[in-house]
Design a protein around this ligand. Structure first.
Ligand code: ZN
Length: 249
């Protein structure tokens, strides 16, 4: 069975950044896993939550509902602090994510770009950097060797993608996006389900109108940058994240 792992920073990134792609591969029989690093407790929009703890609990439930709509096999929200990923211990976070890559053994990993996606959120940049190093180091016997003592094996991910975009947002901080190498044109039902999954995040309701309009007007595709690949090759345009991927091991 082919496996796709997606690393995100906040509940709603899975739907907003990757929803169409996650649904497409789930419907093709690929195991899809999402690991979200924070429960989103620093959000501006807080529903009726009276504390960070209440907001975290609410957003974990919203994430679960979105995962169900997107047919995600396993959705996990970790407990790193929202808005502070750049102040975490690099070695400890990468060790945590490396162990998860070694356990899940994805053929393909996708995450956000190092620039922080079109919103330029520093947490988006940090999840990109942590996930990138976890993918590289999960395959090496000399990185976190203590994880390899109880049957866990090194695992080399075949392809690593950064979500990117073909537009920027003038009202946000400037971003330099990774060039698009891979374009997934979304089917109407994939667009509708992506928007419905985003709307599972009811605490973020003030963003719904803007998000739906943006997707329907500017983002009927999800586009990616192939950052790393086990097979050396010249960059070429693709329409499938699993192009050239071998099912075993
Ligand atoms: Zn986010």
């Amino acid at each position: 069975m082919l496996r796709l792992l997606c690393f995100t920073a906040h509940p709603d990134d899975e739907a907003g950044g990757f929803g169409g792609t996650l649904l497409r591969y789930a419907e093709r029989g690929v195991e899809t896993d999402v690991i979200c690093l924070t429960p989103g407790q620093a959000a501006t929009h807080r529903g009726n939550a009276r504390s960070d703890e209440e907001l975290s609990a609410m957003r974990r439930r919203e994430f679960e509902a979105a995962c169900k709509l997107l047919k995600i096999s396993h959705g996990t929200v970790l407990d790193y602090p929202d808005g502070k990923l750049d102040r975490q211990d690099f070695h400890a976070v990468v060790a945590d994510l490396t162990q998860r890559v070694r356990e899940l053994r994805p053929h393909v990993v996708m995450t956000m770009g190092t620039e922080g996606a079109v919103t330029a959120h520093p947490d988006h940049s940090m999840v990109s950097i942590f996930a990138t190093m976890a993918c590289h180091w999960a395959g090496r016997t000399n990185r976190f060797p203590e994880q390899l003592q109880n049957g866990l094996k090194p695992h080399q991910t075949q392809k690593l993608y950064y979500a990117t975009a073909l537009f920027t947002m003038a009202e946000r901080q400037p971003v330099s996006l990774a060039p698009t190498t891979t374009i997934l044109d979304l089917e109407p039902h994939e667009i509708d389900t992506k928007i419905a999954a985003f709307k599972c995040h009811t605490s973020q309701a003030p963003l719904f109108g803007f998000f739906e309009e943006m997707v329907r007007k500017r983002a009927k595709k999800e586009v990616f940058h192939l950052a790393n690949c086990v097979k050396p090759h010249k960059a070429e345009m693709e329409t499938d994240l699993f192009a050239g991927v071998e099912e075993s091991p």
